[in-house]
Design a protein around this ligand. Structure first.
Ligand code: KG4
Ligand code: ZN
Length: 340
């Protein structure tokens, strides 16, 4: 039986990516051009720079993906592209390219929801997923918990009231002078640190809440290094030698909060499986803590593979396959949306 090959295109933020995936599972090619260095000097993603960079990178990335997969356009069953949520200028580059290719190659087109695709990256690791799952999507722009009943059905249980977990790590990293992106920088700086050295109060909100809040944690970090109000002189209140401890403690507070909410969601819904995707799901402390705490109460935690946690097109092609199977195709009027 021949395989169903889908070309995935991702350009919602600062990664230009293309991938070819067979039957929603087998990765034939995955190419990612990251813009991290172009944005690093600004301390975060600059939308104007992102859009222009996607425009330059997309064609070579697409050509490389087809070449790596060893296929030609005629072999494809369809083209999947992220069309929501994300930076409008960036989404437009990918969506316009996808529409042009779908028209020229006479292939069906599907529009993919970026957050649902992050969840699919974790689902892809399972041979035969047994729904339902509690799902945590944790990235630079999102921190949300869902009850997932199929690859395309996700009931929102709670999300962040302010900063996303990745944003909290990115902002902390900037504050500590560790650069962008903050998650990997903090993880690296925290390796030798003591996670109990600075016992930050966990932002768990009320007992039953499945919502998150990370802005208070960020303020607590600021006050720890710069004193009450964060307005002390340029120098830190505490010796710089505490950097590793600070990072480990902050990372521990973020990870513990995420883990506790996932376990709480499982207990409230009587579900015993957790899926985790999104850039912050790369974090080693989060992975270790989640497996440990979940195992204690008989819950299985499934993470997306680290290479498919941050933005990539494999997850777009994967979910695109599911949409294609269900006939949920788009026409050439497919639009892009900043919000989901
Ligand atoms: O999923 P993603 O690539 O983009 C969004 O959709 O937002 O996630 C990017 C986020 C950034 O905030 C980055 O700091 C964080 O993921 N991140 C990490 C790690 N790698 C990336 N956070 C913690 N630990 C990591 N190893
Ligand atoms: Zn993402």
């Amino acid at each position: 039986m021949s395989q169903t090959l889908v070309l995935g295109i991702e350009s919602s933020c600062d990664e230009t990516a293309a991938a070819v995936v067979a039957d929603g599972k087998e990765v034939l090619a995955s190419v990612i051009h990251t813009q991290v260095e172009e944005h690093a000097q600004w301390g975060g993603v600059v939308p104007e720079i992102a859009g222009r960079s996607h425009l330059r990178a997309l064609r070579p990335v697409l050509e490389q993906a087809l070449m790596d997969a060893g296929i030609v356009a005629a072999d494809l069953a369809g083209i999947a592209v992220t069309n929501r949520p994300g930076l409008l200028g960036s989404l437009l580059i990918g969506a316009t390219a996808a529409k042009a290719l779908a028209w020229a190659w006479e292939k069906p087109l599907v529009g993919v929801h970026h957050i649902e695709a992050h969840i699919y990256a974790a689902l892809m690791t399972l041979e035969a997923p047994q729904f339902p799952f509690i799902t945590l999507v944790v990235s630079g722009g999102h921190t949300s918990l869902y009850r997932t009943t199929s690859p395309l059905c996700h009931e929102l249980l709670g999300s962040t009231r302010d900063d996303a977990a990745g944003e909290a790590l990115d902002k902390a990293s900037k504050m500590l002078g560790l650069g962008y992106p903050g998650g990997p920088a903090i993880q690296q700086a925290a390796v030798q640190g003591n996670p109990k050295a600075f016992p930050f109060k966990l932002p768990l909100l009320s007992r039953d809440s499945l919502e998150f809040s990370f802005s208070g944690l960020k303020t607590a970090l600021l006050y720890t290094i710069k004193g009450p109000g964060g307005k002390m002189a340029d120098d830190w209140l505490i010796p710089q030698s505490h950097l590793a401890d600070l990072c480990a403690s902050y990372e521990h507070a973020v990870a513990t909060t995420l883990v506790r909410k996932c376990v709480r969601a499982c207990q409230q819904t009587d579900i015993h499986q957790i899926l985790v995707g999104g850039g912050v799901a790369c974090n080693k402390r989060l992975r270790t803590l989640m497996h440990m705490e979940a195992n204690k109460v008989g819950i299985e935690a499934v993470f997306a593979p680290p290479e498919y946690c941050t933005d990539n097109a494999v997850m777009i092609a994967g979910l695109g396959f599911e949409l294609l199977q269900r006939g949920q195709t788009a026409d050439l009027n497919l639009d892009v949306y900043a919000r989901a």
